[in-house]
Design a protein around this ligand. Structure first.
Ligand SMILES: [Cu+2]
Length: 266
């Protein structure tokens, strides 16, 4: 009984800052896992390996952070920065559209990484004198606690606003008259562009609409012939086909997504 009391007391005695760092790292690891599982079938083994590496790194860093190891939260912070830089383009795309499947991930993981970074730097600087000497590192009843609550509040707020925005964006797409739909879960299905083959007379216009919850492109297989920018969820794009012929196209980020436009002389 005395031992149980003792271990419970030692958990309570860990500095608040280490709980924030470890909690943030565990959240980042679980969020990565939750984000990537639906796309496992559609992404390459190399990409899965990289993400697994980050998940393991975050969990190991969290474990040793709680044991008070300085290298652990340095490792966690550096890992977070590398992850952000590596996927900066994807993060910006996802954050710019609440209907994007990655919106919740960016809006919760980036603030978590921010907290990890701030508390890691402060903990690193104050490790020698001891974290318990600084009130904002030692206890949640401090400016450190206030900052943590503020960041969590920001995350909840942006997720609620995002959920409302996503409904509006996806609701608006029903009014657009498009010839070809980029279907939900497009990278994982056989026919990502529906219809996959579409015929028009010379001079006709084809309109694509993205009904998926992630960004895609319409890109000619013949380089430079035609191509959209990244179409976020709900976005549409049109192209006029002035020449007859058979034009294959694909999605730039997901090469397995393809379709064909057949332009005939009427
Ligand atoms: Cu795509």
């Amino acid at each position: 009984m005395a031992e149980v009391t003792g271990s419970a007391a030692s958990i309570g005695q860990k500095p608040f800052s280490l709980w924030v760092i470890a909690g943030g790292l565990v959240y980042a690891a679980l969020a990565l896992l939750a984000y990537v599982v639906p796309f496992l079938a559609a992404i390459g083994i190399g990409f899965i390996a990289i993400l697994l590496l980050f998940i393991i790194l975050f969990l190991v860093a969290a474990f040793f952070t709680l044991r008070g190891r300085r290298w652990a939260y340095v490792l966690g912070s550096v890992g977070g920065i590398v992850l952000t830089l590596l996927f900066s383009v994807n993060l910006v795309t996802s954050a710019s559209n609440p209907a994007d499947s990655g919106f919740w991930f960016v809006m919760s993981v980036l603030p978590a990484l921010f907290l990890i970074l701030v508390f890691s730097i402060l903990s690193f600087i104050n490790a020698k004198p001891g974290l318990m000497q600084k009130r904002y590192l030692a206890t949640p009843q401090s400016t450190g606690g206030l900052l943590t609550v503020a960041v969590i509040g920001f995350v909840i707020g942006s997720l609620v606003a995002g959920a409302i925005g996503a409904g509006v964006i996806l609701g608006n797409t029903t009014g657009v008259a498009a010839n070809i739909q980029i279907v939900p879960n497009a990278p994982a299905v056989a026919m990502a562009f529906s219809p996959q083959s579409f015929q028009i007379p010379v001079g006709g216009t084809v309109t694509w609409i993205n009904k998926d919850t992630m960004a895609h492109t319409v890109t000619s297989n013949t380089t430079g012939l035609f191509g959209s920018s990244l179409l976020t969820p709900g976005a549409s794009w049109s192209h006029v086909f002035a020449q007859n012929g058979t034009f294959y196209y694909h999605c730039d980020p997901h090469r397995q997504m393809w379709g064909v436009i057949v332009v005939v002389v009427s």
